[in-house]
Design a protein around this ligand. Structure first.
Ligand SMILES: NC(=O)c1ccc[n+]([C@@H]2O[C@H](COP(=O)([O-])OP(=O)(O)OC[C@H]3O[C@@H](n4cnc5c(N)ncnc54)[C@H](OP(=O)(O)O)[C@@H]3O)[C@@H](O)[C@H]2O)c1
Length: 299
């Protein structure tokens, strides 16, 4: 009898020990996706998939996205959430060096002196001492060249690891580059199945500028995520229309930054590295192109 009860105690302790081990290993290894990088013209590595933060107001969402494996975070002065992004980073506790943080200079801060001031304000709000990528948000400021000069200096002082622009068309890029000492490394432009931007991508490639696409899901406007062509392509691989769009951008070498505060969507948008679209799938997606902005109200 005594033998039997000591056996039971032994088995029970073995069980408790195994459960503790499993729990500990789950804690130390959250389900984290490793995201491939592209190399910018100055040698800086930038993740090909990141997290858009426009309208994200909760630090928990940033911390969760880091936990799931996102490393690139795209914010901007005009999103008025740089503090939230900074808090989320602190909350997660990740090593700063593992992250790639982008923020953007707003139009009202155009000019040499105001760019230097705005940059410092962004740094302070984020609680960081350098930015990975700083972009001129729109080509509309009254002194874009002055802003660029300030950004070149900040880059040379190592306060920014890469500099670039957003929403610049070919002629605006040429004008900027004609007077620049340091060429832009990134142009972040609208890119999704209804405005595919293949021509812009080819022009940027010739200039050695990396294309980054914004609003892969058209910001939730319209019904792109229930588009029958995209849904049918996804069904072949057991993937959603959202995953098909992100995979299509990935296969083109375009950096994308989907945004969501839904944790299941966050994980879904990361799960795009285990399938491959065929040339025929890509032709079907190409046929959806309306070749025009879906945000005419922003221009
Ligand atoms: N440089 C610029 O001028 C510029 C302009 C626009 C955007 N951006 C950047 O690009 C980022 C992304 O663009 P965006 O914010 O317009 O949004 P988006 O990523 O195109 O779309 C966001 C919408 O898609 C939904 N969604 C996300 N993942 C989903 C999934 N797997 N299944 C179903 N629905 C899903 C979200 O739903 P929930 O609301 O439920 O999460 C939200 O309604 C921005 O956050 C910003 O960082 C830059």
């Amino acid at each position: 009898m005594r033998k039997l009860s000591s056996k039971i105690v032994f088995i029970l302790s073995l069980l408790i020990f195994s459960v503790t081990l499993i729990t500990a290993s789950c804690k130390s290894k959250p389900s984290e996706t490793k995201i491939p990088s592209v190399v910018l013209s100055n040698g800086v590595k930038m993740p090909i998939l990141g997290f858009g933060t426009m309208d994200i107001r909760n630090a928990d969402d940033i911390a969760k996205a880091i936990e799931l494996g996102y490393r690139l975070f795209d914010t901007a002065t005009i999103y008025r959430n740089e503090e939230v992004v900074g808090q989320g980073i602190k909350q997660n506790g990740i090593d700063r060096a593992e992250l790639f943080i982008t923020t953007k200079l707003w139009v009202d801060d155009s000019g040499y002196e105001s760019t230097k001031r705005a940059f410092q304000t962004s740094l302070d709000k984020l609680g960081l001492d350098y930015i990975d990528l700083y972009l001129i948000h729109r080509p509309r400021g009254n002194d874009v060249q002055g802003s660029w000069r300030a950004m070149e200096e900040l880059y040379e002082e190592d306060k920014i690891k890469a500099i670039g622009v957003s929403n610049f068309e070919a002629h605006q890029l040429s004008e900027l580059m004609a007077n620049a000492r340091i060429m832009p490394m990134v142009n972040q432009i609208e890119a999704h199945p209804l405005f595919q931007q293949y021509k812009a991508q080819a022009e940027l490639e010739l200039l050695g500028i990396q294309m980054q696409g914004w609003s892969p899901f058209i910001g939730g406007r319209g019904d792109i995520l229930s588009n029958p062509t995209l849904v049918a392509i996804g069904e072949q691989y057991n993937k959603t229309a959202a995953q098909v769009i992100l995979r299509w951008l990935l296969q083109r070498g375009v950096i994308s930054i989907p945004r969501t505060n839904n944790h299941a969507y966050m994980a879904e948008n990361l799960d795009i590295f285990d399938f491959e679209l065929t040339a025929s799938d890509i032709e079907k997606i190409k046929a959806l192109d309306l070749n025009t902005t879906q945000f005419p109200d922003w221009n």
